[in-house]
Ligand binder design. Sequence first.
Ligand SMILES: [Zn+2]
Length: 259
Amino acid sequence: MYYSVINVTSSIKQSGPTNIPYWTYENALEKQDATKSFRLEIKDSHLRVTVLNGANAGPIWKYTNFLDFICKVEVLCFRNTVNTYSSVLHNDTLFKELYNISNRPVSYIKNGVSSTKNESTGPCMICGVVLPVRAMQVDHQAAKGVRGGGDEALLRAFRAMGLTKGVAHGPKNSTILTHINSLASAPAVSTQPDRAPLPAGSRDDRYTLTDKGAVLYSIIKFAKRADEVRTRCLHGLTNLRLSCPHCNASRGDKLKYVH
Ligand SMILES: [Zn+2]
């Protein structure tokens, strides 16, 4: 995705200011806003992104900031975990920090004798039980098996980046946002039984992109990478969490946003 965006912007460097159709998400639905477009241009060694909507056109993103941001998004949100997402349990440092995975004593009974063994363990984010990670599953928070799951997963990732009108509700995505901004190590996310009540906020806003979010999504769309990004978000860090097999099986494949 990063290189596709670079390709779009470097061809604009050669061909001059380019107008790009304005694509966005409103209330979890992808749509093109025909009343808007935006212009990408290289000026004063910055790529300037200007949203064009009649009276109120203005630059929205400097190139250097934009590339820095895209790079962080690529690293943190669109990790290529497709087909191998279960490996995040063992290999992904940020996933392990977020989900409190570490060696703990696990009880065994062999031939009637109790003993403990240190093993890699983590808590189920839904019920809180701590099990060896080999007995855990990786739950897709936005459902992977239903139409619209990719849209919700993309919006979860964009929300974690601060690119939706409503802010992240859950503690994980706000932690990831802090991590992106400071690159500090991430504190563990509370399991659901310990969590404070969620702050009030509009569901519609959390599933609607800001102008910055729409600019990023429009460039992804222009680079013909939207389907790829949706798939990567489904299997990316912002959409995965640790779950015990019982909670994962009983949750089912439901969408958060039903039209
Ligand atoms: Zn559980």
